[in-house]
Ligand binder design. Structure first.
Ligand code: 7RM
Length: 630
């Protein structure tokens, strides 16, 4: 794995990676343990799409995350676990221990009927058992599908169904700040409609009461007693599926993004080491939940592939107070800290008194991910957390890209607030106009696409390959379309301008507006709804819902509460509407299409220029919507 150490070297490597991608990526892949070397580096077309990296290669990613580090750093800490409650003792798990625990749990999975190729759903809080469960699946060749613990039973059930999972791994409950979440009971509710699930493995965390269903449910701590830690890694093909991770799209149903073993492994380690300039022995902390792609790639796989020490935090930034992140950084002497703009903005809003008690002098590199970081937040992060000594890596990427795509290399690439800066080696971004013409040169703005594959690219959407084509490869023939708008400035630096489709990033979480509408429409009094985003100081984007009722309700406040409860039930608290406006109609064209442009403008509070409304079926609704705007 070549580590870039200067900007000259970056330009040289970039050029080489574009001129000869296969040689470039083969070189990066050499250092891993392969059971059999690949026959061909790359086979691809974006028309189906059909993309294969390291064709014919055989490997197991956990052998590369764990076994290969044992001789050199068996006693080094692999995972530092920091619990929700700062007074509870955490854990430090060495590579040797992690290897042993993963092997044991792999045997538990096998004893419970898991086989290579099975889909296993993981619905857990941020405890070490979550990372162990993920790695154990990968070790035996089962495909993990981690569902974020904040999703409701309905979202969980939809995901279990779609992937046809036969096992669920969960916990009795989880701690998040001052709250306890009863995860097992959510699983019970979800499984009422999931006959494919034959086993539920439950770990104890909160000791809350749970109902164990005979035959189906088993305790982690009982099962683990029955096994040894002897489990050789399953031999996987480079293109065997490693995991499925659901992400929102512009249509209602989330898509099961599929990543495969070989390419994902090479790409996550390469990007982890180069973007963060990770040095042996450093303490690295990514605050993302493992339920999101950032947690998969840069909390679990990337750092462990690099033999690093990765910190896993169970809690939230504001518990017991808004100084928690900074306290943890001092406590564990964190060197690299990777978080989301929404967290930075919310902590900034609570004031510097929560930052002042801490030294933060172990920090060397800061990272940002999930949404554009506004200049204000960038400077606050730089001055108050990095003390103007830590480079900030504003990393742009997606669930579908597997790893970071456009980002500074920390300390190497000159940064500009708000810019993700330059593509990593191997990444060939292009900006297209609406007609699909490439905008060449600098000082241009368009739709961000990729014209060549990289090892971490999405391979398919689970069980529905056509959907993968439709969502990413159909708009512009021969390109991967990201769904983002982007500007390339006069120096060739990239600035992401935001989504150009019907998904919104709320507190860094991607939500489909159609998905939220479906959840709202579950309310018996709702006839129809339309959801759009509006700029929100802390969340980046907030959710604005226009709702048509079947009959008038005088108790508007109560109704709004019920609608929020419905969203909670069918999706989860992350999709909670910030504003709900009751309307008698929606601005529709004669062909029945909702003119979202108008709804967005009104939600933004900008009534000045609503554009052409002449195609509207009933222009009067626009006046009503304007008058009732919140
Ligand atoms: C990693 C992740 C992907 C979408 C993406 C963008 C937005 C992510 C940045 C960003 C501006 C960034 N995966 N996005 N990172 N926008 N600057 N540094 O977030 O699948 O959940 O979301 O997030 O719109 O398309 S994701």
């Amino acid at each position: 794995m070549s580590r870039i150490t200067s900007i000259e070297e970056y330009h040289k490597e970039y050029k080489r990676s574009v001129e000869n991608p296969e040689a470039f990526w083969a070189e990066q892949a050499e250092q891993f343990v392969w059971k059999k070397k690949w026959d061909k580096v790359l086979d691809w077309n974006f028309n189906e799409p059909d993309i294969k990296w390291f064709v014919g290669g055989k490997l197991n990613i956990t052998e590369n995350c764990l076994d290969r580090h044992l001789s050199e750093r068996g006693n080094q800490t692999a995972i530092i676990w920091e619990p929700n409650n700062p007074n509870e003792s955490g854990r430090k798990i060495s590579y040797k221990e992690l290897h042993s625990e993963v092997c044991r749990f792999s045997n538990v999975l096998k004893n419970n009927g898991a086989k290579k190729g099975d889909r296993i759903c993981i619905y857990m809080p941020m405890i070490p058992e979550l990372a162990i469960a993920v790695l154990a699946c990968a070790r035996i060749g089962a495909i993990h599908s981690v569902v974020f613990g904040g999703f409701s039973f309905q979202s969980l059930s939809d995901r279990i169904h779609d992937a046809d999972c036969n096992i669920v791994i969960t916990a009795d409950g989880g701690f998040r700040g001052a709250k306890d979440i009863a995860l097992k009971s959510v699983v019970d509710e979800a499984l009422k409609t999931c006959p494919s699930v034959k086993k539920v493995i439950v770990t104890k965390r909160t000791n809350c009461e749970v109902i164990m269903q005979n035959e189906r449910d088993v305790w982690w701590h009982d099962e683990i007693k029955k096994v040894t830690d002897d489990c050789s890694p399953e031999m996987m093909d480079s293109e065997d599926k490693l995991f499925i991770l659901y992400t929102s799209g512009s249509t209602g149903k989330p898509k099961g993004v599929v990543h495969t073993c070989g390419g994902y492994m090479v790409y996550t380690q390469y990007t982890f080491e180069n973007v963060f300039q990770y040095k042996k022995g450093e303490i690295y902390w990514c605050t993302a939940d493992i339920g999101w792609i950032t947690g998969h790639s840069y909390l679990v796989y990337g750092p462990l592939l690099s033999g690093g020490t990765t910190l896993m935090f169970e809690g939230i930034p504001t518990f017991p107070d808004a100084g928690r992140f900074w306290q943890v950084i001092d406590k564990h002497q964190v060197n690299i800290f990777y978080t989301a703009p929404t967290a930075i903005r919310s902590l900034e809003a609570l004031g510097l008194d929560f930052v002042k008690p801490y030294k933060l002098n172990s920090l060397r590199v800061l990272g940002s991910v999930g949404e554009p970081i506004n200049e204000e937040a960038w400077h606050w992060y730089d001055e108050n957390i990095g003390k103007k000594k830590c480079p900030i890596a504003d990393t742009w990427w997606q669930t579908e890209t597997g790893g970071i795509m456009i980002s500074p290399l920390a300390g190497i690439t000159k940064t500009i607030p708000g810019f993700a800066t330059l593509p990593l080696p191997g990444i060939q971004p292009v900006l297209l106009d609406e007609k699909g013409n490439e905008l060449v040169g600098n000082s241009v703005e368009g739709r961000l696409c990729m014209k060549f594959p990289w090892p971490g690219i999405i391979r398919t959407t689970y069980n529905n390959h056509a959907r993968c084509y439709d969502a990413y490869f159909s708009q512009f023939k021969g390109y991967y379309f990201t769904g983002d708008g982007c500007r390339r400035d006069e120096n060739g630096y990239y600035r992401i301008t935001g989504r150009v489709d019907d998904v919104i990033k709320v507190s860094g979480h991607l939500l489909g507006t159609a998905e939220v509408e479906n959840a709202i429409n579950q309310h018996p009094d709702v006839v129809e709804s339309a959801v759009v985003g509006f700029p929100h100081d802390i969340k980046g984007w907030g959710i604005y819902a226009y709702v048509i009722l079947e009959h008038e309700r005088k108790d508007t406040d109560e109704l709004k509460k019920e609608i929020i409860a419905s969203v909670n039930k069918y999706m989860g608290a992350i999709a909670k509407p910030d504003k709900i406006q009751i309307v008698s109609g929606l601005p529709k064209t004669r062909s029945g299409k909702i003119m979202r442009r108008i709804l967005r403008k009104v939600a933004e509070g900008d009534f000045s220029n609503l554009g052409d409304t002449s195609t509207l079926l009933d222009p009067a609704v626009v006046e009503e919507i304007k008058a009732g705007a919140i």
